[in-house]
Design a protein around this ligand. Structure first.
Ligand code: ADP
Ligand code: DP6
Length: 335
């Protein structure tokens, strides 16, 4: 935390944090309690460096309201969600100061690349440091989870589980493996750049209301989580591939059966699915996962990354391929 005094005697407390997006291998889709943003299912993810959000939070006695800028532009719609998250942090830290928040994502926002996860993870870590609150990471994880269900997973590095606890009344986020313990790589095939038509929050509420497969999806999640947890503990790539693709496709089945149907894929996404499956059948260790957007994420050992990247880049419609390795959780970088 840095405390500054300017000539007008306003007091500023500032810190900057970096967070990486995470990619769920066992998916979160659905809320047990929308007001508390309590997920209906647990989830298991990998945190991916190579993509990053950097957020600076400045609490300032001279401000009479919170401000939020993304990539240098005021974003009033996003600011409400940021403010709500800061309110909870201020309540716990006993502060009433307003904040100016400056953030940047070095990858497309709201396009299925988990900007909400890295965005809120960076926000809570920077705001906590700026206030000098020193809240324990599980408390920061709860604050992040209330803002976005995927966000607490970006507070931790490597393989991470967000588990339901107390019969689903709360969540517990924990690291399962450090990045170096099983250093997988990720290639992201970007197939469209614009923001998705239906955001995750609205999409999952619509699925809960109208998808006939929703209840079966929720019921099937604990078995997928157990299989993925066991695969991670055993570093069993084949087993992780099987459960990850199954969880992804089941989630998209729930989405497709929502009324009106949520079709997050485009033709290129489908072409990439077939490519990845073809590569695996030919002996290349790789599997895919896709979130609420048209980008396909291919997970593989680092030795296979160059081949996977090259093959994805050659699929007509793939605009570019981003790559990353497993990375660390959100951290303070200045202040
Ligand atoms: P994505 O697939 O990128 O996570 P979502 O629609 O789930 O897409 O989430 C996008 C939302 O996340 C934005 O509308 C905004 O509310 C929030 N968000 C994105 N980037 C940031 C950021 N850097 N800081 C704070 N909030 C962010
Ligand atoms: C498909 O975390 O963005 O990426 O809690 O409403 O903010 P909110 O939803 P969000 O949903 C992520 C959905 C997903 C799967 C996942 O990351 O687990």
């Amino acid at each position: 935390m840095i405390e500054h005094r300017n000539p007008h005697e306003s007091v500023m407390q500032q810190a900057t944090a970096v967070a990486h997006p995470n990619i769920a291998l066992v998916k979160y889709w659905g809320k047990a309690d929308a007001a508390q943003n309590l997920p209906a299912v647990g989830s298991l993810s990998i945190t991916v460096e190579g993509l990053a959000t950097t957020t600076t939070v400045r609490f300032d006695t001279a401000l009479d309201a919170d401000r939020f800028r993304l990539a240098g532009r005021e974003e009033p719609a996003m600011a409400r969600r940021v403010s709500a998250c800061l309110d909870e942090l201020r309540r716990r830290a006993g502060s009433s100061l307003h904040a100016a928040v400056e953030s940047g994502n070095d990858f497309p926002t709201a396009a299925g690349l988990a900007s909400s996860a890295s965005g809120f993870a960076a926000l809570v870590v920077a705001a906590d440091a700026a206030l000098g609150a020193g809240l324990p990471r599980p408390e920061l994880a709860e604050l992040a989870r209330r803002a976005s269900g995927s966000a607490p997973r970006s507070l931790y590095g490597g393989f991470v589980e967000l588990a339901l606890a107390d019969s689903g009344r709360r969540t517990e986020c924990r690291q399962l493996l450090e990045p170096a313990a099983w250093p997988l790589a990720v290639a992201v095939a970007v197939t469209a750049r614009g923001p998705k038509a239906v955001g995750s929050t609205a999409g999952m509420l619509a699925s809960e209301r109208s998808s006939p497969y929703y209840a079966a999806w929720v019921a099937s999640s604990p078995a997928d989580l157990a299989a993925a947890r066991a695969a991670v503990a055993a570093r069993d790539f084949e087993a992780l591939a099987a459960v990850s693709e199954a969880s992804c496709l089941a989630m998209h089945g729930v989405m497709l059966a929502t009324r009106p149907g949520l079709v997050y894929w485009n033709g290129t996404t489908v072409a990439c699915i077939h490519l990845v499956r073809g590569l695996r059948a030919a002996g290349v260790p790789v599997f895919f996962t896709i979130d609420a957007g048209p980008q396909l994420k291919a997970v593989c050992p680092p030795a296979a990354l160059a081949r996977v990247r090259h093959e994805l880049a050659a699929v007509p419609g793939v605009e570019r391929v981003l790559e990353g390795r497993l990375g660390e959780g959100a951290r303070v970088v200045a202040g």
